[in-house]
Design a protein. Structure first.
Length: 382
């Protein structure tokens, strides 16, 4: 066993897997039963259900009661899937936002944890698609639309076409990007030959695209809202040391990420936090890298958009993330950390918590729940 255990609950059955190899383990051990019972008790209602965020709260209150961790991570993403794929209008979106605030209030009331709430940015109406399926090189547009695109081995014709397209905000080579931002070798081993940004509201038709048309896309903001009693939060990289300091003082902290909340619509008192390095505006994945490692996003293994290689064929349940980040807030702060979220893959791959419970869903298809136990979580449950 690699040191990371996954427990998958598909409602009719459960199984334990080695996260690194993906191989099934010989049953669910008795010491893991507390976790397996939680994911059995709280089946995930689905990405498009109105109850998706309530699931996060119910599971998190139960897990806090069982383990009393120093640090809790919550990720509320239900409103993303409903905004993009649920056919809801602006009035319903506003009501969804209010329900997230009620979920946070319920969690704080029932646990007493001090909330540190981060809005990851809002949405905008989808203006249209840019068709990149006919390029000579390989174009990758990511999953949920948000403007980050990677171009691999483009021809001169591709580059000329892209540079003349008014929807393209920026087209930068790997060398130009590294000269601007620096960073480690692992980051640039996966980096595309060209990095491209589209104007807000446009999405790419490309390899690794979406199997359905969204109504909206992410709007990548220059600043995002942060609601906390902790002071001195100007940049994403300030968050980790401030939270570590609070936990070292004996405070119980809940870091709560809410997709769809921006400075314009966050229903809590908040302050702006920079969501960019130079001209690059962060999406959710690079936000998580910077928040939970306390480092520049270029010091992490993964660029904003990248492709997978044969040698990455490990951690199959983590999808793209074959090189887990261990130097994270979740692995170092306090004595135990837990994460609960309804955006699959992101919580266990990027938060670094000792115990994670997340939905097991792909492309808005619901396959159940998954728990991941590692580090201090395995020591506790040994």
């Amino acid at each position: 066993m690699s040191g990371e255990v996954g427990i998958i609950d598909a409602r009719e059955w459960q199984t334990a897997v080695d996260m690194r190899s993906g191989c099934t383990l010989d049953g669910i051990r008795p010491q893991w039963r507390q976790i397996s019972e939680v994911i059995d008790k709280y089946p995930y209602p689905g990405d498009l259900s109105e109850e998706g965020n309530q699931w996060v709260v119910d599971v998190s209150i139960e897990v806090v009661r069982l383990f009393n961790p120093s640090l809790v991570f919550l990720l509320f993403a239900n409103q993303t899937f409903r905004a993009l794929f649920g056919g809801i209008d602006e009035r319903t979106m506003a009501a969804e936002s209010d329900r997230v605030a009620e979920c946070i209030e319920k969690f704080v009331f029932n646990t007493g944890y001090e909330p540190f709430v981060i809005g990851t940015g809002g949405f905008c109406k989808l203006k249209g698609f840019m068709n990149l399926m006919s390029t000579d090189g390989l174009a990758l547009g990511g999953g949920i639309p948000g403007g980050h695109i990677g171009i691999f081995s483009p021809s001169d014709k591709d580059l000329d076409t892209l540079r003349s397209d008014l929807r393209v905000v920026r087209l930068v080579s790997r060398d130009e990007f590294r000269s601007q931002f620096g960073g480690n070798d692992s980051f640039y081993q996966r980096f595309p030959d060209y990095y491209m940004e589209l104007e807000d509201g446009y999405a790419a038709r490309s390899v690794y695209g979406l199997p359905r048309n969204p109504d909206r896309s992410f709007k990548l903001p220059w600043e995002i809202p942060v609601s906390t009693h902790l002071k001195g939060i100007d940049n994403l990289t300030d968050i980790r040391p401030r939270i570590e300091g609070a936990i070292n003082q004996g405070r119980k902290i809940a870091v709560i990420l809410v997709e769809g909340w921006s400075l314009e619509n966050m229903p809590l008192d908040c302050e702006p936090c920079n969501n960019h390095e130079s001209w690059l505006r962060h999406g959710l994945k690079t936000q998580c890298h910077s928040i939970f490692t306390g480092k520049s996003f270029t010091e992490c293994p993964y660029p904003p958009i990248f492709k997978c290689y044969d040698e990455d064929n490990i951690y199959p349940f983590s999808f793209d993330y074959s090189e887990p980040e261990y130097d994270t807030l979740g692995q170092t702060a306090g004595d135990l950390s837990v994460a609960i979220g309804n955006r699959s893959i992101i919580p266990h791959s990027l938060f670094g918590a000792d115990i994670t419970i997340e939905c097991f869903a792909r492309c808005v298809q619901n396959f159940g729940n998954m728990a991941v136990i590692k580090g201090r979580g395995l020591e506790l449950l040994s």
